[in-house]
Each structure stands twice: as C-alpha cells, then as structure tokens.
Design a protein around this ligand. Structure first.
Ligand SMILES: *Cc1c(COP(=O)(O)O)cnc(C)c1O
Length: 241
C-alpha cells in the first residue's frame, strides 16, 4: 500500500497539473473542457498508477504495451479508466493490447495501421487511432513524414475492411532540446497539417495529441486536445535528473 503522505503528494500533483492545464486553456481562450490530460504512468509501478487513478486521473498513457498488461494483472483498475498507448508499438503486441480498448497514438507506419485494422476486425473491437507525425524532421524521431499522411488516410478510407478503426487525429512531439518558441512552431505546424488533411480528405481529425510536462502550455495555445503529462505528476516520486 502507498503511505498516506505519498497519496497526498500525488493528489496535490494531480491538482496542480489540472490547474496549470486549465490556466493554459483559459489563456488560449478555449472552452474549459477542450483539453484532456493523459496521465503518463510509464515511470511508476502498478500501485502508484492506481493511486493516481484514485486521486482522480482516469485517463492513462503507457508507452510499452507489456507494462499495460502487467499492471492490469497486478492491480484491479476501475472500469472507467481509459488507456492510451503512446509509444512505438510492435504488431505482435496488438492481440493482447486491444482488449484494453486503448486509443493508439503512435501509428507510425502503414504496416502497423493495417495490422491494427486486421486485429480490430478479428476481435471486433472499435479502435481509435492517431497518426504520429515527425514534425521536427529529426532523423532519430519516430513518426511518419508529413507527406506520408494523406495517402494513408485515403487508403484507409477506401478500404472496406477498415470498419472498426477510426483515424481521429494526429500525435506529435517537439524535437529534443527545442526551446519554447521552436516547440510552439512545431505544434502550430502540426495543427496546420491536420487542417490541410481534413480539407484534402474530408475526414474529420478532431484530436491533436501534443504537449508533455515541459511544453504543454505551448501545445494548448496551438490547439492540443490531449496533453501527455508524466514527470510533472510524479514529482517527489522520481529520482531527480
Ligand atoms: C514519457 C512520454 C510522455 C510524458 O513526458 P513527460 O515529459 O514526463 O511529461 C509523453 N509522451 C510520450 C510519447 C512519452 O513517451
């Protein structure tokens, strides 16, 4: 069990993050409920993850599917917890992952999208996905090149098997070591790309997953609908770098 000091600290962190996100939403003149906080729990064990849920965070992100499975074996999460897979996903991990009904943020190849379509059809599980775009242009970053997105959306649209899988938006990360201005420009470019794709394909892409602990305010100013926040939530729990 978590001791009560830790439980209190976690509840304070969750409240502080909610407040800061809300302040960024207000500063951007956006409606109060326009941004969802995804609590990124990849840094902590199952028990601490559950403690965050009990503090009120019902939307969780993991970057490794094996960890998602394992945590669900170790503790019983409430039914209303929504899981998001945010890290590079191997196709052979889909079969065990889909029953958790995750939103998949990290679709970074046509092959992965095809595999999700096949597995979702086989298990008859409606699945929402985001296309991950490498907006910083860094070689080391995962994600699709901007010009790869349109053909993927169009071929998904044209395929009769896509039934269970809906592409609902884009995910992006700012490049390593980018300063606040550069990060904001990359988020703006992601939104612009989304707007163009909507126009070109006629597919609604309402979701923009962008912004982490260090840059969520800039992402919200540029239209993020989901921010993925990890280290800010676990201040006091993690070794300081
Ligand atoms: C770890 C991670 C996050 C959270 O990052 P923090 O800086 O700890 O908030 C967000 N998105 C992805 C894809 C991650 O892997």
């Amino acid at each position: 069990m978590m001791d009560s000091d830790s439980q209190t600290r976690l509840a304070e962190n969750w409240r502080a993050v909610q407040q800061d996100v809300q302040a960024a939403v207000t500063a951007a003149n956006r409606p109060d409920d326009s941004v969802t906080i995804i609590g990124v729990t990849k840094y902590v064990d199952a028990e601490t993850t559950l403690a965050l849920v009990n503090a009120g965070c019902r939307v969780l992100g993991e970057n490794r599917p094996q960890v998602l499975w394992k945590k669900n074996e170790e503790v019983a999460f409430p039914d209303d917890v929504q899981w998001h897979l945010i890290g590079h996903l191997q196709r052979n991990k889909l079969r065990r992952s889909l029953p958790f009904r995750p939103m998949i943020h990290s679709v970074d190849s046509p092959r992965l999208l095809t595999a999700i379509v096949e597995e979702a059809a086989a298990q008859q599980i409606p699945t929402k996905v985001l296309l991950e775009v490498n907006i910083s242009g860094e070689e080391a970053k995962t994600g699709l090149k901007p010009q790869e997105l349109r053909p993927m959306i169009e071929s998904h649209l044209g395929s009769s098997e896509s039934g269970e899988v809906e592409i609902v938006g884009l995910m992006a990360m700012a490049g390593w070591g980018t300063d606040a201005d550069a990060a904001r420009q990359q988020f703006a470019a992601t939104r612009q790309l989304r707007d163009e794709l909507q126009q070109q394909t006629g597919v609604a892409l309402p979701e923009l997953s962008m912004g982490m602990s260090g840059d969520f305010a800039a992402a919200i100013a540029e239209g993020a609908t989901m921010v993925r926040i990890g280290s800010r939530l676990f201040e006091g729990f993690l070794p300081t770098p």
